[in-house]
Write a protein that binds this ligand. Structure first.
Ligand code: ZN
Length: 690
């Protein structure tokens, strides 16, 4: 591992940010970020760092302070606001206690913050308080875990790192660990660092550079030791066909996603759903080809910090035929594990596995959001590499079951998981066609605002890319661009597969792609009619039928909404191709509502009138009819909008957001309704469905 410290880059960095080069916080941020750059040291909010400095209080008096990484902050991107300042002397008195339970510890940490609104300090704050050095760096270095998580690991660590490093057996993070570390340090004050067995590495120093140099140096010593040839027992099968493994995954992902979904107690939206990310490469496919590897693949996480995301154990599925049974077996085993350790009244987390090994396919990782599934995958990738090295050297030895339980149900760890589940559409995946248009972009935005993940589909090109770029800034990791032409069934199949590949499946479909055309029937060119027929009818059918198959394979119901039009009920002269093809699409959706109801898939229609724009985006309808109608009626743009507004009962201007709200009504299942049409037109008596 490279030592990345550089005086020049530090000087440059401090100057850019207006810090003196010897500022404690500036140095703390600089070296924290150096540690954060190494995936082999920390992943996704793992590890923590601190500096002991001073805080100037309201009387202008400087009091001793500890600035420590706040819980869940990422070392790679941490800034000053990611460090929480706490009263060092106040917290140091806690060392006099013999026991301190978690709730009291959290309360004490919060009561000693200098800024009551600062984020909660790391769960390992007391460890940093009780150790006396100015700078402390703590990581979950892979190299150290390779030694510490095997039989005879403590001897190996001592052999490789020598006497200047303390070796501490596994102790549950929090007060107990902090006390034990402080006592061990007191007994060996010349030590430069400490290995926490089955947990990670701590180094300290009087300067930021000293603590960092020691950290990198110790990791390098272990890496040199590990780089000696070790015989691989994992075994590579002769032929590894990654492409067919990927194809198999595309087929089975919806079935797996359906099996992973679990009841959430909501009668109308009864499933808590998961997102999937796959790890399918020659190494994983080869590992899974050898069933003997199951012994070490199904072992506890490398460090307790990972457990909250990966669950204590993964699940092994020997045959793709057995997915639902294997998941059900896992749930039973999880319930038994919970009952073995839970205290009376304690509530179980969901029993859904997060790491799924499927022979002949690969490793599939699950999470409560797309980003969380990705975090689980990153952790799993690192974990497999470390465990493979251990398997080649000796025998894996991780946390005991009760240590795992204590960590999985540690309230402070649970707080790290972002549960924005309160939002109506959290956990759901929506495919929207025609997303780059006026109504489509409004739909995307409203569904994202409600916590949904959106696969935004439209023709490949600048409008789609711009929209997704824009929305990705506002709703990171929850929007995906799917370029496809709905009129081409192969492109639709590829588009649906792309969503499956990224997130595992689809729950909701909004059929919004459509074209308009102005022509009298007398002058209608059949080619123009067919152009609309291809998108408005065949496009609707392609997406409807392919997504219905997917929803059925998932087996967790689903919602489909067609953006219809008031023209279906009240057609307009010179608008024959549009009115007729939209009427056909409308009828297809009604039939789908009949066919799909037994699978709890609801199909409804929203019929708007004259939505011409959403922000800067003009609709296709506008491009087709706007200029023409303005001319015919002698109106300007605002005048035409006013004309449409004035023709409805409520004198309302219909917006894309109004249409999206109607869609939201259906997909959040506010009523048990299918096959229904909701007009969004300000009240047009001749267009009222009947
Ligand atoms: Zn840790």
């Amino acid at each position: 591992m490279k030592n990345r410290w550089s005086q020049e880059s530090l000087a440059q960095w401090s100057q850019n940010r207006g810090f003196a080069p010897d500022n404690d916080l500036s140095l703390r941020i600089y070296s924290s970020r150096l540690l954060g750059q190494e995936a082999e040291l920390v992943l996704h909010g793992g590890g923590n760092t601190s500096v002991k400095s001073v805080h100037t209080n309201l009387f202008g008096v400087q009091v001793p302070a500890l600035y420590i990484k706040a819980s869940g902050q990422n070392l790679a991107t941490i800034d000053v606001d990611g460090l929480t300042g706490v009263d060092l002397n106040g917290l140091a008195t806690l060392q006099g206690l013999t026991t301190l339970d978690t709730d009291d510890m959290v309360n004490a940490l919060r009561c000693h913050q200098f800024d009551s609104l600062a984020p909660t300090p790391s769960i390992e704050t007391l460890l940093h308080v009780f150790l006396p050095s100015k700078y402390i760096d703590h990581s979950h270095a892979d190299a150290l875990l390779t030694l510490s998580n095997q039989k005879g690991g403590a001897d190996l660590v001592a052999q490789v790192l020598g006497e200047s490093v303390i070796v501490l057996p596994y102790i549950h993070p929090g007060f107990e660990l902090a006390k034990a570390a402080a006592n061990a340090y007191a007994a060996q004050p010349t030590a430069i660092g400490m290995v926490l067995m089955k947990h990670g590495l701590i180094t300290w120093g009087e300067t930021a550079q000293q603590a960092y140099d020691r950290h990198i140096d110790l990791v390098n010593r272990v890496e040199r030791f590990l780089s000696r040839p070790i015989s691989s027992t994992a075994g590579h099968s002769a032929t590894i066909d990654v492409d067919s493994a990927r194809n198999r995954y595309r087929q089975l992902a919806p079935i797996l996603r359906g099996a992973l979904a679990c009841p959430n107690g909501n009668r109308d939206l009864p499933h808590k759903r998961f997102f999937l990310r796959s790890l399918i490469n020659p190494e994983t496919v080869a590992l899974l080809a050898n069933e003997a590897n199951k012994n070490w693949l199904l072992t506890s996480p490398l460090t307790s910090d990972h457990l909250i995301r990966t669950k204590p154990l993964g699940v092994w599925i020997a045959s793709t035929e057995r997915i639902p049974e294997a998941i059900a077996d896992y749930r039973r085993a999880y319930a038994e594990y919970f009952n073995r350790h839970a205290q009376t009244g304690q509530k179980s987390h969901d029993s859904t596995p997060r790491v799924i090994f499927i022979a002949g396919v690969g490793v599939i990782c699950a999470g409560e959001s797309g980003a969380e599934a990705e975090r689980v995958r990153d952790i799993t990738r690192q974990t497999l590499a470390v465990k493979q090295t251990i398997a080649a050297m000796g025998t894996y030895e991780g946390l005991t079951e009760s240590e795992q339980f204590a960590m999985e149900y540690f309230s402070l760890q649970q707080a790290k998981i972002d549960r924005s589940q309160q939002l109506l559409l959290a956990g759901s995946i929506t495919l929207i066609t025609g997303a780059a248009g006026a109504i489509g972009s409004g739909l995307c935005r409203v569904i994202l605002e409600q916590g949904g993940h959106v696969a935004a589909s439209d023709l490949a090109g600048e409008p789609l890319n711009t929209l997704v770029g824009e929305l990705n800034r506002a709703f990171p990791d929850r929007i995906l661009a799917v370029a496809m032409d709905v009129g081409d069934p192969d492109q639709v199949a590829e588009g649906v597969a792309q969503v499956v590949e990224n997130w595992g499946g689809i729950d909701t479909v909004v059929l919004n792609a459509g074209l308009a055309h102005v022509s009298s029937l007398e002058e209608m060119k059949i080619a123009s009619f067919n152009r609309l027929q291809r998108v408005n009818v065949e496009g609707t059918l392609n997406v409807l039928s392919q997504t219905a198959q997917l929803l059925k394979r998932q087996g967790t119901g689903g919602d489909i909404v067609l953006i219809s039009t008031k023209n279906v009920f009240a057609p307009g002269a010179n608008f024959g191709a549009y009115s007729a093809t939209k009427a056909a699409a409308h009828q297809l959706a009604r039939i789908a509502s009949l066919e799909l109801a037994p699978s709890d898939i609801r199909v409804n229609m929203v019929a708007p009138d004259a939505v011409f724009s959403e922000g800067e985006r003009k609709s296709g309808l506008w491009a087709e009819v706007g200029p023409d109608r303005m001319k015919a009626r002698g109106l300007d743009e605002a005048g035409l909008e006013a004309y449409y507004q004035n023709r409805n009962l409520l004198k309302s201007a219909v917006t894309a957001r109004h249409v999206a709200n109607a869609v939201l009504y259906f997909i959040t299942r506010q009523s048990p309704t299918t096959g229904a049409t909701l007009p969004v037109d300000g009240g047009l008596p001749d267009a009222t469905p009947r």
